[in-house]
Ligand binder design. Structure first.
Ligand code: ZN
Ligand code: ZN
Length: 332
């Protein structure tokens, strides 16, 4: 097992390396929205809102995130709310269905899923009302059998769109993965299962007009290279792992989530920023060392303790690019 809290993202920002022409945002803008600097747990952003970053084009890797002033080692640069999240299937009764917080009470709740608070229940109301109408057992089983996590995120987005709380183009700004014909065939099967489940639940065709094969594969292609695997560093995480050890199916990750701004960070095997999750899906981007004004901020998409060849293989296979960071170039 990797160090707890180690950042991993099983998806790939080949975006930055290969698809510059597809950039959907202006070449440079300063972040003024989607983040908050109100942090708890005694962490203080070093300066007030807005966060000290801008998103601009890099010389060779598409868009990237840059510091707009010097940032001190250990500083919280910004936080980010997820656009989309879903717990691991094996943990539906153990982590909050909305924010992925681990259940601390042993009281069992006679419900299919667990919500940690009224607030989370309220936030979930829209998509959960739609979800509850359908029988997801076949869809979930398909995900379980094939070890798939991302269709669950597409399912959630579809239900969010159906309930009117999200737009069907919410993820369009994110870079999509290149898909092989084999992947597309599998995705089309998943699409069929999702559409069938919703149809059986009485959702009308006109409500589902957005839910086409093309939409499904487009969303999944974006999720593949932009979803973060969430491992919490907060207190009860150790307990979860202990109890999870009893269950063959249980996973170390509490779930997966998609964010906007964190997806714009490029990769480095010797990163200057890391992303951490304390006790729920809210992400924190923190400086790992002193950063100069205009320096590019980068995170590590994989376990940085792996050796050069293992890193290159994983980055290429999972993320679709060859890493040319200084550490890789030095052969380390
Ligand atoms: Zn919650
Ligand atoms: Zn590298």
């Amino acid at each position: 097992m990797s160090p707890i809290g180690c950042f991993r993202r099983w998806a790939s920002p080949l975006k930055k390396l290969q698809h510059k022409h597809k950039l959907l945002i202006a070449s440079s803008f300063t972040i003024t929205t989607t983040t908050t600097t109100t942090a708890d747990k005694g962490e203080k952003p070093s300066r007030p809102f807005p966060p000290p970053i801008r998103v601009s084009l890099t010389e060779s890797a598409g868009r990237g995130v840059f510091a707009t002033r010097s940032i001190g080692s250990g500083d919280l640069i910004h936080t980010a709310k997820s656009l989309l999240s879903h717990p691991s299937l094996s943990l539906l009764h153990t982590v909050c269905y909305f924010c992925l917080r681990i259940k601390t009470t042993s009281i069992s709740i006679d419900q299919a899923v667990f919500f940690c608070s009224e607030e989370c229940r309220e936030h979930s109301k829209g998509f959960y009302e739609i979800e509850k109408k359908a029988d997801w057992s076949a869809f979930d089983e398909q995900c379980r059998m094939r070890g798939l996590k991302y269709p669950l995120l597409v399912k959630r987005l579809a239900c969010m769109v159906l309930s009117g709380i999200a737009s069907s183009d919410s993820l369009d700004i994110l870079q999509p993965a290149s898909l092989s014909p084999g992947m597309i065939v599998q995705m089309e099967e998943e699409f069929g299962s999702l559409r069938y489940t919703l149809t059986k639940a009485g959702i009308m065709d006109d409500q589902m007009a957005f839910l086409t094969k093309q939409w499904y594969t487009g969303v999944l292609a974006r999720i593949r290279i932009n979803a973060f695997r969430i491992e919490l560093v907060g207190g009860s995480y150790e307990d979860l792992l202990l109890s999870a050890a009893a269950s063959v199916e249980a996973e170390a990750a509490v779930g997966n989530a998609v964010y906007m701004l964190p997806s714009f960070y490029n990769h480095d095997c010797d990163p200057n920023v890391h992303i951490v999750w304390i006790d729920n899906v809210d992400a924190r981007l923190k400086a790992l060392r002193n950063i100069e004004t205009d320096e590019e901020l980068r995170i590590c998409y994989i376990d940085a303790s792996m050796n050069h060849d293992a890193r290159q293989a994983l980055l290429f296979e999972g993320f679709g690019f060859q890493c040319n960071c200084l550490r890789c170039l030095s052969g380390d």
